[in-house]
Design a binder for this molecule. Structure first.
Ligand code: MN
Length: 493
């Protein structure tokens, strides 16, 4: 057996219920599709598909998501067709691969915050149909960032900025703290080279010092806590450098590294919630809590992304302030892996929302696991922060659809919009000369109703002189109507 495949299969836990033969078939298909292609690093392209799939396996994803991870570049870069994927792996896999392509096609155009927010919002809509698409995209991006050193300096900066703007925050929003931390740190060094270099310089000594303090606190904690709570584990974690960078920009920190007390923190992992509070009591008995910095009870009041833990700051050995985070095993898993954690994932899948229901705004998902709601909230939040507010009203969501041009431009249209509305949205001339169209590579008529996520290509007839007045009978947008009427009037005159 091929060694890439052997490695991939060996990363699947022996007790998993994954469909090994389907994964093997997807590997063979991808291997064939990418034959002869190399990554910039010089290794065969298939390694990228394999690493993407391997990450998805480690995130406990289901068979179809892993298969989509293996196949995610076979249409774009490997000459496969959607039909091939449907026949060999089924419609759901083909849909996942489509979704990944669509997300990747939403490019960061322009640099203003407005444009970034708008793109992000559009991406959220595409993803909201099936969250598994996001996981494949995050795995794809994580592997690309892990190998970004092989790209040209321009591409390094471009990918890194895009990652910091979109994929890092996205992973964080989904509660995938480990993934967002890694994505951000990988990007930070290329996106802001100088800041990165000077921060590394300034923090190196501080990290070392903090690590030694936290290590002695950890030893003290073990002797204080373990007699009462023998199951508990205590670890030391180092803050991601990009989070340090962001925290320094907060007004209350104002660039002062000495105000950051969680550069290195101790983490106490317990068996259950009551042990968290028991541990907190014992810790405060042994080490004086720092009064004004306070205690945060994110167990009673979780953060918006679902994060749960107790955070306390105490005067550790030698009076050095140390943050201690206390959480259960399950909270820990969820904090690192968020919605990707197995526990969450199965339930999200069970409470899954169909694309059609989502389009209609008919969705009801349990509170804690409501990724759709989470995305909505995010969508709402980012719009609150911009002048876009009026255009992005929450309930506007259910009445809009997003349609893509073949080169990945996104058009936001009302429900009921037709192919011809899309043509006019792109350009009046494209509308006037529209003769037909392809939606998702299938020929359709100009009055064809568009659905969320369609990719539309307009076929034009340069010889046509004027729009057809009958068109006014089916177009839905004001823009199309007014352009058609105007053009007809002008020609009559
Ligand atoms: Mn890829």
């Amino acid at each position: 057996m091929n060694s890439y495949l052997t490695d991939l299969l060996s990363s699947i836990p022996s007790d998993s219920s994954l469909d090994i033969s389907k994964i093997t078939a997807a590997y063979s298909f991808a291997d064939l599709a990418h034959t002869g292609q190399l990554r910039k690093s010089g290794v065969p392209y298939i390694t990228h598909a394999v690493e993407t799939a391997r990450l998805l396996i480690s995130w406990h994803m289901d068979t179809d998501t892993i298969v989509a991870g293996l196949l995610h570049d076979t249409i774009e870069d490997g000459g496969a067709t959607r039909e091939d994927l449907v026949i060999k792996f089924g419609e759901p896999v083909a849909r996942l691969v489509d979704g990944v392509t669509k997300i990747s096609d939403v490019k960061l155009k322009g640099s203003s915050e407005k444009e970034a927010v708008e793109n992000l919002r559009k991406m959220i809509l595409v993803m909201a149909k099936d969250l598994r698409v996001v996981f494949v995209k995050l795995a794809d991006r994580l592997h690309n960032m892990r190998t970004v050193q092989y790209l040209s300096p321009e591409k390094q900066v471009k990918f890194s900025k895009e990652t910091l703007q979109i994929y890092g925050p996205l992973a964080e929003r989904l509660g995938m703290g480990e993934i967002s931390g890694e994505l951000n740190d990988l990007s930070f060094q290329y996106a802001y080279r100088n800041d990165y270099a000077s921060l590394i310089n300034e923090t190196e000594g501080l990290f070392k010092k903090a690590e030694s303090h936290v290590e002695s606190l950890r030893k003290a904690l073990i002797s204080n806590l373990v007699p009462n709570l023998p199951e508990l584990k205590i670890t030391v974690r180092r803050k991601h450098l990009y989070s340090v960078y962001k925290k320094l920009q907060r007004p209350d920190i104002d660039g002062d590294l000495s105000k950051i007390h969680d550069l290195v923190a101790a983490r106490v992992i317990t068996q259950n919630v009551s042990d968290c509070y028991a541990a907190l009591g014992l810790i405060h008995k042994a080490f004086k809590p720092v009064p004004y910095l306070g205690l945060s009870d994110y167990i009673a009041s979780p953060k918006p992304n679902g994060y749960q833990s107790l955070h306390t700051k105490v005067f550790g050995p030698e009076g050095y302030i140390v943050e201690i985070q206390i959480r259960t095993e399950q909270m820990h898993e969820e904090a690192e892996m968020g919605l990707a954690s197995h526990f969450y994932y199965t339930q999200v899948k069970e409470s899954g929302v169909s694309g059609a229901d989502l389009d209609k705004g008919n969705y009801q998902v349990p509170d804690k696991l409501s990724w759709v709601k989470e995305l909505m909230n995010w969508h709402k939040e980012i719009s609150d922060n911009t002048e876009f507010m009026h255009a992005l009203e929450f309930d506007a969501f259910a009445h809009r659809i997003l349609v893509f041009s073949p080169i990945g431009d996104v058009y936001d249209l009302p429900r009921g919009a037709t192919v011809l509305d899309f043509a006019y949205a792109v350009h009046a001339d494209l509308g006037h000369h529209a003769a037909g169209a392809k939606a998702n590579n299938k020929m359709v008529s100009l009055d064809h109703l568009l659905s969320n996520g369609d990719v539309v290509e307009i076929i034009i007839d340069r010889k046509r002189l004027k729009p057809n007045p009958d068109w006014l009978g089916f177009v839905a947008t004001h823009k199309a109507k007014s352009q058609i009427s105007k053009s007809i009037r002008n020609i009559k005159n």
